[in-house]
Design a protein around this ligand. Structure first.
Ligand SMILES: Cc1ncc(COP(=O)(O)O)c(C=O)c1O
Length: 339
């Protein structure tokens, strides 16, 4: 498949316009030198433009469209209290003139209204803080929200649900076409792409790669250890994308390279020393801000893989900045070494 054929195919799906696209692709020469070699380019998906941007904007263009097609007037979401997805969903709902109802986990960041939680409120979302252990246990709360809203005569749609992931991933199949075109324009041939991903972003890039027949390695650094097998979950998303688009591309486990080695002992939502060091390095070498839970850990992973020789010093690596910077403000103590 060519780039224009893939774009045309995805172009047939319902979509709303939310992002500032294409996002820039920039060289990081000082970071490359500091980590000992590979040429690093950064794909600035922190610049997608919607209320401080991030990877969810590309996904929401497709997932929200699924709801609006069904006449939704309230969009439901839910995740950790500092969720970037919830913040971008709140902003998208405001922009599109529908309501947003969120159920977020009562966690170690939900007592202080800072970062994304503050922005959810400013953007007009209703936020319910739910006492469950993990975000995987929010389904009941989202269903309860759905039932309550229906009983009030509303037409709610749950955007953040597994069945929507193949649609969200379409945004990243398109991002793959952007990356390849931008690399070509810069005269670069990316050997490896590194990014933080746990649900839609990496599957989208993998889909794009396979549909276009390119051999760039794509390494996903997971921000969370799910209770289920992530490779299997990605393959479900990938095969469903083929179904939805009516194309003959099939996927197997070897297509998915994703590691949870950099989540850290305390798990999702907690900083790691390596992640915080990586984010300071990016900030001080390139003037680009990452954050603690996703992109800092992903860069720590990239640095470690270079150190181990798994990524060669002669390679050209695209690091996808998936956003999340507003969460920095909820982690000031951790970043200043007070915790
Ligand atoms: C900043 C950031 N990076 C990466 C991810 C992972 O994205 P996904 O789960 O869609 O692959 C998220 C969301 O969970 C995020 O907020």
């Amino acid at each position: 498949m060519t780039v224009s054929e893939l774009r045309e195919c995805i172009g047939g799906l319902p979509r709303v316009n939310l992002g500032h696209l294409p996002t820039p692709l920039e060289h990081c020469p000082r970071l490359s030198e500091a980590i000992g070699g590979p040429k690093i380019l950064i794909k600035r998906d922190d610049c997608t433009g919607l209320a401080f941007g991030g990877n969810k904007t590309r996904q929401l263009e497709f997932t929200i469209a699924q709801g609006l097609e069904r006449g939704a007037d309230v969009l439901i979401g839910g995740a950790g209290s500092q969720s970037n997805h919830c913040r971008q969903l709140s902003a998208a709902a405001a922009k599109l003139g529908v309501d947003c109802a969120l159920a977020v986990v009562k966690d170690h960041k939900s007592d202080t209204i800072q970062g994304n939680l503050l922005l959810d409120d400013l953007l007009g979302a209703s936020v319910e803080i739910v006492d469950v252990e993990t975000q995987e246990l929010l389904d009941d709360a989202k269903d309860a929200l759905m039932n309550r809203l229906k009983s009030e005569g509303r037409n709610p749609f749950t955007v953040m649900q597994k069945a929507n992931r193949p649609y969200g991933a379409m945004g990243y199949a398109l991002c793959m076409t952007e990356i390849l075109e931008q690399c070509e324009a810069l005269g670069e041939k990316p050997t490896t792409i590194v990014l933080c991903s746990g649900s839609c972003t990496q599957p989208g890039l993998i889909f794009g790669k396979k549909a276009l027949g390119v051999d760039t390695r794509i390494i996903g650094i997971a921000p969370i250890v799910w209770s289920y097998d992530i490779q299997e979950a990605f393959i479900v998303v990938l095969n469903k994308m083929s179904d939805v688009l009516g194309v003959d591309v099939e996927f197997e486990r070897s297509d998915v390279e994703n590691t949870n080695a950099y989540v850290g002992e305390r798990g999702y939502g907690y900083y790691t020393d390596e992640g915080n060091a990586a984010l300071r390095l990016m900030a001080q070498k390139e003037g680009i801000l990452l954050e603690t839970n996703y992109t800092g850990k992903a860069l720590a992973g990239l640095i470690d893989l270079v150190k181990k020789g798994d990524i060669g010093s002669d390679e050209t690596v695209v690091f996808v900045h998936t956003g999340g910077t507003p969460a920095l403000f909820a982690y000031s103590d951790e970043l200043l070494g007070n915790k």
